[in-house]
Design a protein. Structure first.
Length: 231
């Protein structure tokens, strides 16, 4: 075989050896990607399960807490309504204040002396404290008067409640440090009015103060983002 054809034959042989090797390399790379993808999916499934357990745990805490509040206050003579979904403790401002006023009545002091220690005991002394982010005192007004007037009134009423239970006149000062760490005061004006049994707007029911708790939702969201690989 002359040199010309010998070189051509040799080149074909080398090219034939090259392509199978390149195909094998691509196959190995593809398998690696598939393996990495499978591993990532397995890890993600574990993360999602952990996230679900975290959410279930928090939901369980909320349900248990609301049940404990119901057990504690259902037979109470204080006239408190408990929101079964949120756990908010709702009572008319008539218990605490005169109409269109933000100064606590004498009966208001008595009410708070009885209610607040029991409420704080349920929230902070029964293993829930690590889950509680805030304790919120929220004032609500009716639609008599304009928005800003009622905003100021509702804020002043919520502040008057907080001011008393954090004062030296409050007889249960042992719980004040716990409250200071978590207490928030809000006024809502008339933005969240209430209705009567017939479904009609009620001025009296809308004038109220609520004690609410907030679980550590932000921490839960951050953990959820972390588990899902978010930023």
């Amino acid at each position: 075989m002359n040199n010309k054809y010998r070189k051509l034959f040799k080149g074909e042989q080398e090219e034939g050896h090259f392509w199978p090797s390149f195909t094998d390399l691509l196959t190995v790379i593809l398998l690696c990607f598939i393996l990495i993808f499978i591993i990532m999916m397995v890890i993600k499934s574990f993360q999602i399960e952990e996230m679900k357990r975290t959410i279930d745990q928090i939901m369980g805490v909320r349900v248990d807490l609301i049940n404990d509040l119901n057990e504690e206050f259902n037979d109470s003579s204080l006239g408190i309504e408990i929101d079964e979904k949120t756990g908010a403790m709702i009572f008319s401002t008539d218990i605490l204040f005169e109409f269109d006023a933000a100064v606590l009545k004498p009966e208001g002091y008595v009410f708070l002396d009885e209610f607040v220690p029991t409420y704080v005991d349920v929230l902070l002394e029964r293993g829930y404290e690590d889950y509680i982010s805030e304790i919120i005192i929220e004032g609500h007004a009716d639609q008599i008067g304009d928005y800003l007037y009622n905003l100021e009134l509702s804020q002043q009423r919520a502040f008057s409640v907080a001011e008393y239970i954090l004062s030296s006149d409050f007889p249960y000062q042992n719980i004040q440090n716990h409250l200071k760490e978590k207490l928030t005061v809000n006024g809502r004006s008339y933005t969240d009015g209430r209705t009567d049994g017939a479904g009609n707007y009620s001025h009296q029911a809308s004038r109220r103060v609520e004690f609410k708790f907030r679980l550590k939702d932000q921490e839960i969201l951050e953990k959820t983002r972390e588990l899902l690989g978010g930023k």
